[in-house]
Write a protein that binds this ligand. Structure first.
Ligand SMILES: CC(C)(COP(=O)(O)OP(=O)(O)OC[C@H]1O[C@@H](n2cnc3c(N)ncnc32)[C@H](O)[C@@H]1OP(=O)(O)O)[C@@H](O)C(=O)NCCC(=O)NCCS
Length: 243
């Protein structure tokens, strides 16, 4: 049993969250109390790993240098596999459910190219979301609530006019803005290939290049210490993806 929870964000979007702490405890009992900030370990000897990962995926997980990255990546893939089995095709074996990436890093499901997929991992949580409606695009992001309120962080994430309206002593407001903006960058499939300053949260409206973005969103706590943002809307035009 995976420590995974599947929920409906809106009728056409399903989200699967994996609790990395529980996963480590269940799958890697010997690691339970260890700090994940350690060198990579050999995952190929884990009981049952080949029931979940395709040979190429096992190779990827073996290639990471740090245990934390291995576990986060694995948890993200398990979230995708659980989600696809539960929501798209229960007859598929987890090994056959794989993820590929567009040139700029956006993930997609080769078996379901019409469905939009988004993945995030941060600290305790990994999550994947899939749209059941092929016209709907999504982007998700999880961040810790304890974002640094330093000027360097603010300058990196927020435009001058956003900073003017932000209460920088409010960690929830900072984390909310940061998480939403990252989820939006994933929604347009650009990631950090688009500047965070091009995307602004002004009076609770997401603007892209100064214009309202045609999206809706939710932001909710995941456990006491994390925020999960889901941005969704029509598939962005190729022009937005390229801009
Ligand atoms: C996507 C991005 C905004 C999110 O970063 P993050 O908060 O550190 O990481 P998260 O765990 O929330 O998200 C990682 C997932 O985002 C997804 N992702 C990566 N690039 C993406 C893109 N262009 N659009 C949508 N999703 C993307 C991937 O699925 C990735 O998970 P995976 O590697 O396990 O498949 C950022 O990492 C990025 O833009 N990466 C690609 C470009 C890059 O590497 N730039 C380097 C410095 S400029």
């Amino acid at each position: 049993m995976l420590p995974a929870t599947i929920s409906a964000i809106v009728p056409d979007i399903r989200l699967c969250r994996v609790d990395i702490e529980a996963l480590v405890r269940d799958w890697f009992g010997d690691l339970g109390s260890e700090n994940l900030r350690r060198p990579a370990r050999d995952f190929s000897t884990l009981a049952g790993i080949r029931d979940w990962l395709a040979p190429g995926e096992l190779e990827t997980v073996q290639g990471f240098k740090a245990l934390k990255r291995q576990v986060e990546w694995l948890a993200g893939r398990l979230a995708v596999k659980a989600l696809v089995s539960a929501c798209l095709d229960a007859s598929l074996s987890p090994v056959d459910i794989t993820v590929a990436h567009e040139p700029r890093g956006a993930p997609f499901l080769p078996l379901f190219p019409g469905r939009c997929l988004s993945i995030t991992h941060s600290g305790r949580w990994a999550a994947a979301a899939v749209s059941l409606d092929s016209a709907l695009a999504i982007g998700i992001d999880i961040e810790r609530l304890s974002v640094p309120g330093t000027q360097g962080f603010l300058d990196l994430v927020f435009s001058t006019r956003e900073q003017a309206a932000l209460d920088r002593s409010d960690p929830l407001a900072l984390a909310r803005g940061w998480t939403l903006k990252e989820a939006y960058l994933k929604y347009i499939r650009r990631g950090f290939h688009r500047s965070l300053h091009q995307v602004e949260l002004i009076e609770d409206k997401l603007l892209d290049g100064g214009r309202p973005a045609p999206v809706q969103w939710t932001v909710a706590r995941t456990g006491p210490d994390y925020l999960l943002a889901v941005v969704f809307g029509p598939r962005p035009s190729k022009a937005v993806e390229r801009s």
